[in-house]
Design a protein around this ligand. Structure first.
Ligand SMILES: CCCCCCCC(=O)CC(=O)SCCNC(=O)CCNC(=O)[C@H](O)C(C)(C)COP(=O)(O)OP(=O)(O)OC[C@H]1O[C@@H](n2cnc3c(N)ncnc32)[C@H](O)[C@@H]1OP(=O)(O)O
Ligand SMILES: NC(=O)C1=CN([C@@H]2O[C@H](COP(=O)(O)OP(=O)(O)OC[C@H]3O[C@@H](n4cnc5c(N)ncnc54)[C@H](O)[C@@H]3O)[C@@H](O)[C@H]2O)C=CC1
Length: 309
């Protein structure tokens, strides 16, 4: 613990700071990370698997920038427009991974929560990226040390765990594995601050800080619904009005994506079968199997299809 705090007291010289970043995955999280990096003066390349997906990512960044700009420049429409255009001009979308990492300082991976898929990607990145490039994963639940195993740069590897929606959530968990060098960790912490986030330091433990507490709570809420103790609506109202949460557990699960929630809990159960907090939840598995993934599919615990709103 002493080591974690000691590192954060040093600062990196301007010449050594992270300026160019590559975000892999332009989904919910990747597009948010790219957006915030661009508005905080970084040069960003955003990679996804198809031009169509990238177009959607850019659209969602535009919409979010417009919301931020409207608030930030409430009485100055021209300044709001300039803010949006400047930020967008700092983001280069591409499907070409090799090109995207050729001179980047930091790669942030934000693709699907699956170890095999992440391993395949990091093997490719390790070959393509220059020596100095630091790798980070935004995983919600997978061990950073295990993701890093397929690379030859564990000393330049760490976790940067952002929260959804990235433009609004102030926290960034910065995770180190035993092999992460002090230099790398220091750069990651400073990058987090340059992104305007409040950083907290954490070891590579399941769920880090937030998800280790949040996931069991959300799964317990789902078990409560499964038992028929209360409705989703009432459980959400109760936690908002009685515990001060901005969203109830089901509104939040729909927001995060039920597939992501299921990957997390099922993955932890596989790794820690004896822990009752990590027991899979049949209702969640059924909903995912039925294609009910939350907001992104139009239906989850609640319905988001236009006709029913
Ligand atoms: C079982 C597994 C589970 C764990 C899964 C793991 C996932 C992870 O690894 C970690 C996570 O991210 S966990 C999720 C963490 N996020 C939360 O808990 C969000 C909770 N919700 C909120 O904070 C607010 O509802 C929120 C800020 C979202 C929205 O606020 P409101 O509810 O008040 O709604 P609005 O009135 O629409 O928005 C308020 C202001 O925020 C602006 N805004 C919202 N979304 C935005 C976005 N995406 N981009 C830009 N601006 C945005 C919005 O403009 C509004 O501003 P004002 O108009 O000035 O009020
Ligand atoms: N959804 C959430 O609230 C949070 C998710 N996370 C983590 O962030 C990561 C991404 O999650 P989301 O953004 O929610 O997922 P998402 O499903 O919205 O986006 C993932 C994106 O990655 C792309 N992708 C998949 N394989 C790829 C590859 N090989 N190369 C390039 N792009 C690829 C997909 O096309 C998709 O656009 C996951 O590890 C998740 O656990 C972390 C914090 C919060």
């Amino acid at each position: 613990m002493a080591q974690l705090t000691q590192v954060s007291r040093f600062s990196t010289s301007a010449a050594n700071m992270i300026k160019k970043i590559t975000v892999i995955g332009g989904g919910l999280m990747g597009s948010g990370i790219a957006q915030v990096a661009a508005t905080t003066g970084h040069k960003v390349t955003m990679v996804d698997t198809s031009e169509d997906i990238l177009q959607k990512s850019v659209k969602s960044i535009q919409a979010s920038l417009a919301r931020v700009g409207k608030k930030k420049f409430a009485n100055d429409e021209a300044a709001g427009k300039k803010f949006l255009e400047d930020a967008l001009s700092h983001i280069k979308p591409t499907v070409n991974i090799k090109e995207a990492v050729k001179d980047t300082d930091l790669v942030i991976e934000a693709i699907v929560e699956n170890m095999d898929v992440k391993h395949k990607l990091f093997r490719e990145l390790d070959q393509a990226a220059p020596q100095h490039t630091i790798f980070a994963s935004n995983t919600s639940s997978l061990p950073i040390g295990k993701i890093a195993e397929v690379t030859s740069r564990k000393d330049r590897f760490g976790g940067l765990h952002f929260f959804n929606p990235v433009p609004m959530m102030k926290l960034l968990e910065v995770i180190r594995i035993p092999e992460t060098s002090d230099e790398t960790y220091k750069k990651l912490l400073e990058f987090g601050k340059a992104m305007g986030k409040h950083t907290v330091e954490c070891k590579d433990t399941p769920g880090f800080i937030v998800n280790r507490l949040l996931v069991p709570y959300m799964m317990e809420a789902t078990r409560m619904l499964e038992r028929g103790d209360a409705s989703a609506q009432d459980i959400d109202s109760a936690m908002k009005l009685g515990a001060g949460y901005p969203m109830g557990p089901f509104e939040l699960a729909d927001y995060v994506g039920l597939d992501t929630c299921m990957f997390i809990i099922d993955g932890w159960h596989k790794d820690y079968p004896e822990n009752p907090l990590f027991k899979p939840v049949p209702l969640l598995q059924k909903m995912v199997a039925d294609g009910k993934l939350g907001r992104k599919s139009g239906e989850g615990f609640f319905n988001y299809k236009k006709s029913s709103m």
